[in-house]
Design a protein around this ligand. Sequence first.
Ligand code: NVA
Length: 349
Amino acid sequence: MINHSLPSVQADDEWSPLRSVIVGRAGRACFPNAPTAMIEATMPSHHVHNFKPRRPFDQKLITKAEAELDYFAAMLQAEGVQVYRPPAGVNWLDVNGYTGAMPRDGLMSVQNTLIEACFAWSCRNHEIEIAYGTILGELARDSRVTIIRRPPYTLADSLLDEDGSKSSPWVINNSRPAFDTADFMRFGKTILGQLSHVTNQAGVEYVQRSLPAGYKIEILEVNDPHAMHIDATILPLREGLLVYNPQKVTEEALLKHEVLANWDLRPYPFTPKEPEDPVLYMTSPYLSLNALVLDGKRVVVEASDQQTAKWYESLGMKCITCPFRHVNSIGGSFHCATVDLVRDSTVKH
Ligand code: NVA
């Protein structure tokens, strides 16, 4: 599977031509069994009651989500992208876990380095090994690649203060590094990230220490009381063009970052609503910003989301549509469901 002309991991932005990618698989996915305080801090309040220990998502929903993921993977392969998939049929109920459909939360490529998240939610502790361990082993056979697995000390179950007190806007404390990789977006040598209910300052420092030389993290100021994952807040469609969610971030905050200084910054102009069926158990309805850019010219958008597709086209993008509403229901869209492993960077940022 290794293409010997390019390293098996080499990507440092969100828009250069995509050559190799992981596409997740749902398996027997369950509502994640995180402590109530963590669920209440991050999940849509009207769905919090669904998050019960050892509760699988409805099997019909999962079957449809798997079909969408398979179709999406086949579409990427037809575009010439090398696609890695986790094993089929993982029973997340058996391991008290969540799913293998959302690899972006737990893996981030930066240049030739692949970083594993130090998840805040302990129900996700084994997710990377179970779903992607074989893929990581295969990628690691390339000596040009560094894979940074999660060290045991970051598994400490210490993130919630026992007396329920909070000294910051976030539900987690800073007692050990915690971060989901989906709280970061790569813009070349600069990576924009956010502090959130799953990413603390110690986690940001851990990621900074793990980056190849010359790369740096800058923290974006967001207005998101439920913050968990930055990939429905900002979406770079190509070098120089960024779409942002004006409910969560301002142009002024974005312009504090030198890397965006000459960019065309466009507020997402619609107010999306949650579909009635299937519902969005785990996210806001702003999943149109959770898109996957194939090469700075083409972007994958959800098949029913015609208004966003038209708007992205008015910004000069070509939209490839793909049904994904059932994947959306269990946690995210095309960006969440993928990890780009290799992109051809043409510009040195
Ligand atoms: N938690 C964020 C990002 C989801 C991909 C949201 O719900 O908008």
